[in-house]
Ligand binder design. Sequence first.
Ligand SMILES: [Zn+2]
Length: 167
Amino acid sequence: MKVPRYQRPAAWRFIRRAMALRCPECGVSPIFVPWRKVRSLFDWFTPLDGCPRCGYAFEREQGYFLLSIWGLNYGLVGGIFLLVALWIQHRYNPPVRSAWWLLLLPMPVLSFLFARHAKSLFLAMDHYFDPHVKPPSAFAQDGQADERDLDRPIDDDEDGREHLSGS
Ligand SMILES: [Zn+2]
């Protein structure tokens, strides 16, 4: 089956941006504090609030990155090492009490180093499959714009906010 041309480069662009820890929307602004300026674990693990260039919000909601930590980071690092361990066991069949499993010691370190990319990849995946930035017309149609106005009439504009549906 032939993959449509327009779909492929987009996905790769998203992955490339994620591996470079760049904003998934514009691909320019960094998602994290540059590693030279990291002073704490918080700096290392926490993405910036959003992209100053295109306004893309990196953390959509609280606990947004939970899946990236468990699914991507833990899953990938754990999965790779599990495969390596199974392969060693199968290939060399070492005794249970031998020290080969000391190889697993770098796992937490790898997990730590991979944490940023896990979040970044998750962000890119999420943005790819469920684009956060939608054209205004689509935004008004898919019901999200109406949601916050459910408890009051749309024309009741006393706070002066602009309604997307109005323009
Ligand atoms: Zn951006």
